[in-house]
Design a protein around this ligand. Structure first.
Ligand code: DC
Length: 216
């Protein structure tokens, strides 16, 4: 069974998807981490992000493993190095690249082949898994999303202004929504849920009920 959770940054997808997967006994697939892993390699090797053909070749040559909350790149654990503002900024041109998107979607499908997964991203219900059994689109108001992201970054020791987080978020939303291939939009058959004012637990309870109904 495939459960897809898509939506904008800060809607609470990661925490919700992780907890839901655990409750259901499904594998959790963090597809944002895959784009971030490529961005990390690009930064490490100081590759120019405008050299589109080279980037795709580099991305295809990398071994990316995600699972159990860890992210490995060619065997190296980079989990704690990819969730910061620098990588978030660098990931944009990478996520816009159709060739890289196709490559990662192939990888996502191979991972999900024959098993039950909760997969989280922007295009999981629309492009990666159009025949998924249960599709969810999580949203929250821009202010609430920025507040959550800000608290998250402060918790990691990053000094950043709330206004800056909101501005980065607006830019990212615009870019995610304007992308030609893999645009952020709900699948026509997705259930949309606004998480404003709801705890993670409350959202997960609701999603678990939804998935179990579909399973039955
Ligand atoms: O969810 P996140 O913040 O870790 O995602 C990192 C970036 O990757 C973000 O710019 C959106 C992009 N992304 C994407 O385009 N498609 C996905 N399936 C997942 C993430």
């Amino acid at each position: 069974m495939i459960v897809t959770i898509d939506g904008p940054a800060g809607a609470g997808k990661s925490s919700v998807a992780k907890m839901l997967a655990k409750r259901l006994g499904f594998r959790f697939l963090d597809t944002g981490a895959m784009y971030r892993a490529i961005a990390w390699a690009v930064r490490r090797d100081r590759l120019p992000t405008d050299d589109v053909e080279r980037l795709e070749g580099v991305a295809r040559g990398l071994q990316i493993q995600v699972g159990d909350g860890r992210v490995l790149l060619n065997g190296e654990d980079i989990t704690n190095k990819i969730r910061n503002s620098e990588i978030t900024a660098l990931v944009k041109p990478i996520a816009d690249h159709p060739g890289i998107r196709r490559h990662l979607i192939d990888l996502q499908r191979r991972i999900a082949d024959g098993i039950s997964v909760v997969t989280e991203g922007r295009d999981q219900g629309t492009i990666a898994f159009p025949h998924a059994d249960c599709k969810i689109f999580l949203t929250a108001s821009p202010d609430e999303r920025a507040r959550r992201r800000h608290a998250d970054l402060l918790g990691k020791g990053e000094e950043i202004d709330l206004r800056e987080v909101l501005q980065q978020q607006t830019e990212r939303d615009e870019r995610d929504s304007a992308r030609e291939f893999g645009r952020l939009e709900p699948a026509v058959d997705a259930v949309s849920i606004c998480t404003d004012g709801l705890s993670i637990e409350q959202v997960v309870n609701r999603l678990e009920r939804l998935v179990r109904e579909r399973m039955a």
